[in-house]
Design a binder for this molecule. Structure first.
Ligand SMILES: [Zn+2]
Length: 74
């Protein structure tokens, strides 16, 4: 698909690192499958993947961890 951020690049399937902030918690999730823009590097995870990433971040925030690095388990 065409990238909606830079509007010139095209996306290709790949693996990225997603960083999310929730209140005082920063969650870094590695190895997240997503479509990645060849030009600007913007990533587009599928709805299913995005939901799981957000659920993981939510769960981590509830434990009041300040920073956590996770690996996305497919
Ligand atoms: Zn782009």
């Amino acid at each position: 698909m065409k990238c909606t951020i830079c509007k010139t690049g095209h996306t290709h399937p790949g693996i990225t690192t997603v960083t999310l902030q929730r209140d005082n918690t920063v969650v870094v999730i590695r190895d997240v499958p997503a479509e990645i823009c060849e030009d600007c590097g913007e990533y587009y995870p599928s709805d299913t993947i995005a939901r799981r990433v957000y659920a993981d971040a939510e769960e981590t925030a509830h434990r009041h961890v300040e920073v956590e690095v996770q690996r996305f388990a497919a």
